[in-house]
Each structure stands twice: as C-alpha cells, then as structure tokens.
Write a protein that binds this ligand. Structure first.
Ligand code: SAH
Length: 384
C-alpha cells in the first residue's frame, strides 16, 4: 500500500475535490474504517477496509466545466465548492490522466474552430462541459461535448482534429443542454463519431456504458466489491435473485451464472436500456430488467406474491426508501446484501431492516473513492 502522503496539488485548497491531503493513505483508510465501524456497531462488526495499491488517477469518468475567467479567457476545470466559479484544473490526482489530457486538448482547439465557451451570466456561447469516460480494461474512450444549443458549426472538422491528436478516442457525443440548473447532461444527444457508447469488462462480463448511465467510477475496487457482494449472497444456483438499483445491470449479470433467475430493477431508462443490451451481450438467459422505482416495484412484486430468495440492494447515496424496506420485509428473502455508498443512510436503513427480522452478519468496506470523504460498504443480512 502506498505509504506516502499525496503529492501537493496546486489547487487543493480551492477546488475542494480532495480530502485527507495532510495524512497518509493508511491513516485515511483507518479513519474511514473507524467511522463506518462506529455506525455499524449496533448491527454487526466491520471486518476491515480494502484500500487501493495506488490510490491515484482512479476515476474513469472526468467532467470539466468550461467558462471564461475574469479576463475573458476560456478556462476548464472544477467548480469551486458551493459556487459556480471554475477553478482551472489541467491535471488532477484522482482523475484518469488520458481523460485530463483530452480535456486540455479540447480547450486548446477552441480558438482555431471559433468555438465560444458558454458564459453563465450572459447565456452566450456554446461549450458548457466536457465529460470523458474511459473503459479501463477495453481502452475505449468516450468524449461528451455538452453544448448550450444544437447548432455546432464545424463539428465534424472539430471531431476530426480532436481524433487526430487522440486516436484513442472511440466515440464522441454531443449533449445539448440549454437548462439553467446544475444538471450537466440533458436527455438530448447526437452521436458525432463512433457508436455513442463504450464498453468495459468487470468480473469477466462485458458492459456497455452510455453517456448518462451510472457506472462505478473506480473499476479496480468495483471488482473487489462485487466479488465480495456475490460471496456474501452464498448463491447455489437455485435462488431467485433481485438486483435492486441495478444501474447498467452489473451485479445481477455477474450473479446470473450462480442463480436460477435474476430480476433487475432500475429507475433510469438509459441505464435499463444498457442493462438489457448487457444481458444479451453476455448471452444471459435468466435475467429480466424492469424500469421502475425500486420501492414501487417491490410493492408490486409483493402484491403479486412473488418469491425472492436473495436481494442485492445498491441504492444511491440517499439510501433506500421506507416503501422499499417495508416490501422487503414482507417478501422475506433469506438473504439481503446491502451495498452502500452512504454510511449514514446505510445505518438508518439497517435499523429498519434489522428491526423487521433480519440480522446483519458480515460487513466490509471498500475504498472506492481515495482522497475523498466517501467510502463504500457491503453488508450481509440473513433472516433470523
Ligand atoms: N448497482 C449499480 C448501480 C448503483 S448506483 C452498480 O453497481 O453499478 C444507484 C442506482 O440507483 C443508479 O443507477 C440510479 O439511477 C438508481 N436509482 C436511484 N433512485 C432509484 C429508485 N428510486 N429506484 C430505482 N433505481 C434508482
């Protein structure tokens, strides 16, 4: 494990992206472990935290805001915490290096193509954000150019020039976002080059990732986390498995070899479209994907008298819902594997699940987000 403290970052104080910059990685891991262990104490013992060998440049998704500095010069980088001022960032300790290089190249090409960056105050200009997604195993790279309007003069020549400098880019997408809120991507997109998505491999399965679907940002740690989650489920091949909050279908697809049947549910339509494609791509015959709110879907399952043996639940940071947990308790699966990126909401939800007749038996943390305050936890629960 890396012993050293993080190299000083020139914008550390301003950007607010990093935490724990004054302590070693080992100390950071200990802090995260102690925090989660404290929250889980009423329910079960935390067996440890798995960190990264090299906790730098792990982010496979990089998003840069484009704007003008005080002198009117185009800048790209990260919004200063709690503000809309852009802190210029050309290379970040957490982000994929190639993605950062591509963003710098895009900025350097703007002038010769007469592309104006968007100015939030006047509403004038075109380019708002650039998002780069990298398939760490496949090497595929997607660039998403977020523009304020659909009119993008010389877009083909721009893409050609960008690809000349970075032949490793496999697809370029234009996302048209004229909204004034802080949402980076809208649902309007045009594929400018390539197939409009990238693929990557996790735990031996191939996944298609679109611009807007959720995909874990740290694939190295994700593999370890999913392997543990599936181990916790103790599947024998006979179980009906529910993969709730399935995203692009990852956990259910990986578990499908060891289950009789998998039901996957997710709210985001783009993600479920990817989940269906991913299921087909991996030649999986025992998995069905539903687009629905996980809580509503559970209520319907329960009302239909469905039988579910194992539930994987991987909700967003705000945790699961009371409706979901209420139906879970009525469905009475033998096992629940809770994967959480929000320790506080995990503890809140564990309280309800354990009160309802379950016992948390094992838990482990995975550091998916080194040098940030976030940490992922997987908990195994069995019916008492
Ligand atoms: N299990 C996936 C995704 C986890 S992230 C993976 O490991 O890749 C959480 C997912 O929950 C996101 O894909 C998000 O779109 C989805 N989500 C958020 N609220 C939801 C809800 N109410 N019902 C169903 N899915 C929801």
């Amino acid at each position: 494990m890396a012993e050293s403290k993080a190299k000083p970052c020139p914008v550390a104080g301003k950007c607010g992206g990093c935490r724990y910059t004054d302590i070693t990685y080992e100390e950071e891991l200990k802090k995260k472990e102690a925090y989660v262990a404290g929250l889980l104490k009423p329910y079960c013992k935390l067996s440890g935290i798995t960190g990264m060998k090299d906790p730098t440049h792990y982010r496979n998704k990089v998003s840069a805001a484009f704007g003008l500095d005080r002198r009117g010069v185009p800048v790209s980088g990260i919004y200063e915490e709690k503000s809309h001022r852009i802190v210029p960032v050309d290379s970040c300790l957490l982000e994929d290096k190639k993605a950062d290089e591509i963003i710098v190249t895009i900025r350097s090409l703007l002038k010769s193509f007469k592309i104006k960056v968007y100015d939030e105050d006047s509403g004038y200009g075109l380019l708002r954000h650039v998002l780069v997604r990298v398939g760490k195993t496949s090497g595929e790279i997607m660039v998403v150019l977020v523009t304020a309007s659909p009119v993008f003069p010389s877009k083909q020549n721009f893409c050609k020039a960008l690809r000349q400098k970075h032949p490793e880019i496999t697809t370029i997408v234009q996302n048209i976002n004229s909204r004034t809120d802080s949402l980076v991507l809208s649902d309007k997109e045009n594929v400018l080059y390539g197939k409009g998505f990238i693929e990557d491999t996790l735990c031996g399965k191939t996944f298609r990732i679109s611009a807007r679907s959720f995909y874990q940002i740290n694939p190295v740690q994700t593999e370890k986390l999913y392997t543990k989650a599936i181990e916790y489920a103790g599947l024998t091949g006979k179980e009906v498995v529910l993969d709730a909050y399935c995203g692009i279908g990852t956990i259910g697809i990986i578990a499908s070899d060891k289950a009789a049947r998998v039901i996957s549910v997710e709210l985001n339509k783009d993600a479920t479209r990817d989940a269906i494609t991913n299921s087909k791509k991996n030649n999986i015959k025992n998995l069905t994907v539903y687009t629905d709110d996980a809580g509503d879907f559970m209520e319907k399952l329960q009302a239909d008298g469905a039988k579910v043996d194992v539930i994987f639940m991987d909700p967003p940071r705000q945790g699961s819902s009371e409706a979901f947990i209420k139906s879970l308790l009525l469905l009475k699966p033998a096992k629940v594997v809770y994967i959480s990126c929000g320790p506080d909401t995990l503890a809140r939800d564990l309280k309800l699940i354990t009160k309802g007749g379950y016992k948390a038996t094992k838990a482990e943390c995975y550091d998916m987000f080194p040098k940030t305050e976030h940490v992922e936890t997987v908990v195994a629960l069995s019916r008492k």
